[in-house]
Ligand binder design. Sequence first.
Ligand SMILES: [Zn+2]
Length: 425
Amino acid sequence: MEQVDFAICGGRIVNPATGLDGMGSIGIRNGKIAVIDMDSSVTFDLQHVVRADGYIVIPGMIDCHVHAYQHATPLGINIDDHCLARGVTTAVDAGSAGSSTFPGLRKFIAERSHTRLLAFLHIASHGLASAGCSAGAAGGECDHLNQVDVSKCVRCVTQNTDMIVGVKVRVSESCTDNGRIEEEVYRRALAASTESGVPLMVHHSISTVPVAKEEGKLCCPFDMNPGDIYTHAFMPHLSHILERDKKAVHPDVWEARRKGIYFDIGHGAGSFSWTVAEICTQEGFWPDTISTDLHCESVDGPAYDLVTVMTKMYALGMPFNEIIASVTSRPAAAIQRLECLGSLQVGREADITMLKIEECDIDLEDCYGQVRKVKKRIVPVGVWRNGKRFDVSPHPNCPNVDSIINGINAWDGTDVRDARKPSLS
Ligand SMILES: [Zn+2]
């Protein structure tokens, strides 16, 4: 009999990193995975068994775009309430802190949370301490180049490699002095990422930096480096990834993907459009990573939590195992942590999520009040972080009428959208 503290038995284990998919059991000892048994050759002490019949057991989920700096930035949310309690064991903050505000993110959030917190460091020294939610909000973190210091950023990354996994920049008119210094901000962020040897995550929306290649100009995403992450991939504003006729993904974007750039969802409150997602996915342009961009304006809808964003991709026809890869092994690879995160392997910390697929009949809204019918949803039913079980909270109420109204109010500002403006009736 195998000596373990407890075992999760009878579930379907899906571990994309090793190609494992089958019925089996996992034994945990001292917070670490001690056994993965796929042929019922191991017997466990029955007192310490968690039954997983009908459930799917996967590596602890990674949400690679959230805003965790609660109380210090206007966007911050509580990651234990909205990440861990919804099945996410690792949250990656997407640039809430810059070099001068990073120590607080570590001391007041990472060290006090049960959720593992990693971070992309903003190229702006003060991060998102005062910035608005998204493109369109007044003022921005990179309005003055004094705040965009490559050497400070590189120093902070290299001194905090246990927690910082990349650099973040918002390439958008509204946060770069109305676009006047936008290309230079982007150039500095690329330099900081290259110098510190970590990937760059780029938010690119309503931008003077073109999607299509242009002689003598930096473009986005093609001029990002292999391994960099293009977030908000299904964003419908100007600078979206579609061709001018809005019917297909731009060829320079396909070329960027072939070059090794990752495409991430980063749903948020303004960056996911059903229309764009449908155009992209019908062409086979699936996201590499699924993330929420969870912040105080997206957490009560339209993003809600990671499983709701995964449910949207499931409704679009993304294969289930691909969805699991995009919240486990792929984000782990994108943040260069595949050697320790995103896979169920003996000897690793026992970060484990248990899911089920539930029948439902709901309309799920995007960021513009556009809804689609969803008949199956992905639901968390168990979560362990470092071998310790945490409670899973109930479903958020979705769809949320207030979130739909906010979306409809923003609909006129989109460049890609459904033929008809949504209404509540
Ligand atoms: Zn964000």
